[in-house]
Design a protein around this ligand. Structure first.
Ligand code: CP
Ligand code: NVA
Length: 320
């Protein structure tokens, strides 16, 4: 059997700190190269002849576009698949689907309403499977978030990041990243929307400081960045009760004033301005949400170069 491990990107906890650091550094380098600030990428089309599949069973703007555009900018091509239009929709198994996709494609990004489906595809696939969001986690988002923080504020190690609102999939991926990048994460959520206890226990066992509270002011005190997300994720049922429970967790300018004066505001988008964040914060000078959205593109390119670039993947970020 081929002993080379397949470079799946399923959960942040599966990757070591040096690899994640390398992907973010590579993302920053390819961004600088694209902006003409350094010599161009060499070779200019490193993924020429490769095809990325996107298997999306939930809506997406940023994830789809960042992988599609990023793959094309690296010289590769893309095939977008909707499960409802595939034989999966008529009952073909994920095991067979994964083995067929592996014969056509070089990697697949999967967005699914069931984390187990992504794991099942990865079990059978002989090409990298990239988690493009599940109800459990959203690891590709956090690569762009780390990159965005560091562009504005320097190294994230030792900093304090506050998460305010629903302890959802994006929160879980932030918690796992804290263990890998060495920052403190303080999460303020309603008691019945606390983050995944397994992720919290895992991150703490890896030495991360994870603070849990129901008090958003306590979480944001001295924070270098305040992060929130929608109150109704794609896997949630919207209800008035849910919105009422989350109402005290809105990120307002009053809450931002309780953080470090230089704190950034981040949100993975799509946002519901007036719910989880007030308009003055979302549109204000501390908000870096559109840099964060743009950095999805550069982060995805770093990730694709890691997944498909072979043992020498780091060389793409180095000037020839
Ligand atoms: N942030 C994010 O993943 O956005 P999309 O749902 O538009 O992909
Ligand atoms: N938590 C949100 C993120 C969307 C990118 C969701 O799962 O719908």
């Amino acid at each position: 059997p081929d002993a080379t491990p397949i470079r799946h990107f399923l959960e942040l906890r599966d990757l070591d700190a040096a690899t994640l650091r390398g992907i973010v550094d590579l993302a920053m380098n390819v961004k600088a190269m694209q902006r003409g600030r350094t010599r161009p990428l060499h070779p200019a089309r490193p993924l020429e002849g490769r095809t990325l599949g996107l298997l999306l069973s939930k809506p997406s703007t940023r994830t789809r576009l960042s992988f599609e555009v990023g793959m094309r900018q690296l010289g590769g091509s893309v095939s977008v698949m909707q499960p409802g239009e595939m034989q999966i929709g008529r009952g073909e198994s994920l095991a067979d689907t994964a083995r067929v996709l592996s014969r056509f494609l070089d990697a697949v990004v999967v967005r699914s309403g069931d984390a187990e489906q992504v794991a099942e595809l990865a079990r059978w696939s002989t090409i990298p499977i990239i988690n493009g969001l599940t109800p459990r986690s959203h690891p590709v988002q956090i690569l762009a978030d780390i990159m965005t923080f560091e562009e504005h504020r320097g190294p994230i190690a030792g900093r304090r990041i506050a998460w305010v609102g629903d302890g959802n999939n994006v929160a879980t991926s932030w918690i796992e990243t804290a263990a890998r990048f060495g920052f403190t994460i303080a999460l303020a959520t309603p008691a019945d929307m606390a983050p995944d206890p397994q992720a919290v226990a895992w991150a703490r066992s890896e030495g991360a400081t994870v603070e849990l509270t129901q008090d958003s002011r306590a979480a944001v005190r001295d924070a270098d960045c305040v992060v929130t997300d929608t109150w109704v994720s794609m896997s949630d049922q919207a209800s008035d009760a849910r919105l009422k429970t989350l109402a005290p967790y809105s990120v307002t300018s009053d809450l931002m004033n309780a953080a470090d004066p230089r704190a950034l505001f981040m949100h993975c988008l799509p946002a519901h301005v007036g719910e989880e964040v007030s308009e003055d914060v979302f549109e204000g000078p501390q908000s870096v949400v559109f840099d964060e959205a743009e950095n999805r593109l550069h982060a995805q390119k770093g990730l694709l170069l890691w997944a498909l670039g072979g043992p020498g993947w780091r060389r793409f970020g180095v000037e020839p």
